[in-house]
Write a protein that binds this ligand. Structure first.
Ligand SMILES: C[S@@+](CC[C@H](N)C(=O)[O-])C[C@H]1O[C@@H](n2cnc3c(N)ncnc32)[C@H](O)[C@@H]1O
Length: 197
């Protein structure tokens, strides 16, 4: 049954081409971050990946351990068509909160803001659980509020800090300087390192 923010809701957004968040290309801050990674063997998760242009970029750069997760099937099928040699086993058609694996790196972009804000503490905890000790959560968070009801749901750096502080060291948590134009001045770039527990 479709309810707001259910997998059916998101699947229908793709089927009806109501995907205003979709950049149609790799996000510049994530591209810049990925381009300086030293090992192509890093095991990387992109949750709520949608059309996953970041996965495409990493795949083209020779990264072999890239996983994308989404509980809407449509974008995963699109990715499969776009990248026939992307490993099928790396397309995780499942709820983020049910993924059982560990990764070196999680890349965040417009997934956190798509979740019901009540799930934010659970998102921070789940990211920590999915990361190996020293693993990193890297990506973008909206540093703004939206007039229309979400998704996307906005917030502030101070609010977000409280969710991540129990599990992560903050290496970078600052306004992004290379956002796409429509998001310029409204995004934080974060590099959070999982604490040893
Ligand atoms: C706003 S879209 C962003 C997609 C992509 N990150 C991008 O930037 O284009 C949010 C995505 O998260 C997915 N999603 C939402 N909740 C999810 C959950 N609990 N588990 C897995 N995917 C989820 C949706 O299906 C949708 O593809």
């Amino acid at each position: 049954m479709e309810t707001k923010l259910s997998s059916e809701y998101w699947q229908n957004r793709y089927l009806n081409a109501q995907t205003g968040w979709d950049l149609g290309a790799v996000s510049p801050p994530l591209k810049a971050y990925a381009s300086q990674l030293s090992s192509q063997k890093l095991k990387i998760l992109i949750p709520g990946a949608g059309n996953a242009y970041e996965a495409e970029y990493l795949h083209q750069q020779g990264f072999t351990e890239v996983y994308v997760a989404d509980f809407a099937e449509a974008p995963l099928l699109t990715l499969k068509q776009r990248l026939p040699d992307f490993p099928a086993a790396h397309l995780l058609y499942q709820n983020f909160f049910e993924i059982q694996d560990t990764f070196d790196l999680i890349l965040e972009q417009t997934f956190f803001c798509a979740l019901n804000p009540e799930l934010r503490p659970a998102y921070a905890k789940k990211c920590a659980e999915l990361l190996k000790p020293g693993g990193k959560l890297v990506g973008l968070l909206f540093d703004t509020t939206f007039e229309k009801p979400g998704p996307p749901f906005g917030g502030s750096a101070a609010e977000y800090r409280a969710y991540f502080e129990p599990y992560f060291h903050f290496r970078t948590f600052a306004p992004a300087y290379n956002s796409v134009k429509p998001r310029a001045g409204h995004e934080l770039f974060m590099i959070l390192e999982r604490k040893a527990i």
